[in-house]
Design a protein around this ligand. Structure first.
Ligand code: KG4
Ligand code: ZN
Length: 352
């Protein structure tokens, strides 16, 4: 089974072709991606209109390149999958329309993929991980702890009440005059800094749910930066180190709580999966690895290019759904919001 996957929900334009391998894992035949970081850097964040235009400009070329690299024609595919949300609506429309058009033209089944589901299933593409497992999804737009019980079966155990973790890294970087995207910059500065110099709060610590709240931490950083007026190099390094240490503590505490909820509700998970750009953070990875060992969980950290937004995860989610006969019609509408676990939706939570 070979499926083309298209991803355009944020600032990465991507097309990939994945084949279901005999071992239950996936084999990536082509994985093309164009990042728009440079186009958005001047604005300190993703500009939806610029993103949508860039998707239009790059997508046909990327699909053609993916097919060429895989040595396939459209007719050789078993299906076409496109991310249909959640995300920036202009971009989602570009990828979804392209996916439908290709499916229609080739007479192949079409699969509308939930971008979050694609992140959630990536560990099965790379490691063949069996259900159920606990997922930490941490990117610039999402921060969720999810019980992944099966394809289409998700329990949201925790989410952020305000900022996403990546967003908090980006905002702290901005306060300190570090370039966008801020996460890698903060990590680099933190490596030279003293994590104990500033006592930043660890919001939500030990709360009996697995939710996050990061705006108080962000404000605490803001207050210190303001106090310093013009932070010198050491100040910047120490703030980054202290902020990152607070984030790591919060993530591990929230993951521990999510694991407890998971066990109460659904039994023992087989593993812990981490996805999203923040999974690149070294100290966080190390802390999660310790947590996994201590909790008796197999840790699955997909390689970095599959943690951040990519086409292969969309293609793989397409394969998982196609195998179950879950295909979609040409009338599938783009979804700016599309929670994995609609039952857990909250009124005060802006992040799908
Ligand atoms: O998944 P991703 O590439 O894009 C989406 O947000 O969809 O995640 C990007 C986010 C940014 O906020 C970025 O600052 C953060 O991930 N990030 C990091 C690191 N690398 C990327 N945060 C902390 N440490 C890092 N090394
Ligand atoms: Zn993503």
């Amino acid at each position: 089974m070979r499926v083309l996957g298209i991803e355009t929900t944020c600032d990465e334009t991507a097309a990939a072709i994945v084949r279901a391998g005999p071992d239950g894992k996936g084999e990536i035949l082509a994985d093309e991606v164009v990042s728009q970081i440079a186009e958005h850097a001047a604005y300190g964040g993703v500009v939806p209109e610029i993103a949508a235009r860039a998707h239009v400009e790059h997508l046909d070329e990327l699909v053609a390149r993916a097919l060429a690299k895989a040595g396939l024609r459209l007719a050789d595919l078993d299906g076409v999958a496109a991310a249909a949300g959640p995300g920036l609506i202009g971009g989602v429309m570009v990828g979804l329309t392209m996916g439908k058009g290709l499916a229609l033209a080739s007479g192949k089944p079409f699969i509308a993929v939930n971008h979050l589901e694609a992140h959630a299933l990536t560990a099965r593409l790379t490691d063949g991980l069996e259900f159920p497992y606990l997922l930490l999804l941490a990117s610039g737009g999402h921060t969720q702890l999810i019980g992944v019980l099966g394809v289409g079966e998700y329990r949201r155990l925790g989410t952020t009440l305000d900022d996403a973790i990546g967003e908090a890294f980006d905002k702290v970087a901005k306060m300190l005059g570090l370039p966008y995207p801020g996460g890698p910059q903060v990590e680099k500065q933190a490596a030279q800094g003293d994590p104990q110099r500033f006592e930043f709060p660890r919001p939500m610590l030990r709360r009996p749910n697995a939710d996050f709240s990061l705006s108080g931490l962000k404000t605490a950083v803001r207050i210190e930066v303001d106090k310093l007026r013009r932070p010198n190099r050491t100040d910047i390094q120490d703030i980054c180190a202290s902020f990152q240490a607070a984030i790591v503590d919060v993530v591990i505490d929230r993951a521990r709580m999510a694991l407890r909820l998971f066990r109460e509700q659904s039994g023992a998970p087989r593993g812990l999966v981490v996805a999203g750009g923040v999974a690149a953070n070294g100290p966080l990875r190390a802390a999660l690895a310790r947590f996994a060992v201590e909790s008796g969980l197999r840790l699955s950290l997909p390689p970095l290019n599959l943690c951040t937004d990519n086409g292969a995860m969309i293609a793989w989610a397409g394969i998982e759904r196609l195998r179950l006969g879950l295909t979609d019609g040409m009338d599938f509408a783009p979804r700016p919001r599309w929670p994995l676990d609609p039952g857990a939706e909250r009124v005060n939570n802006g992040k799908a």
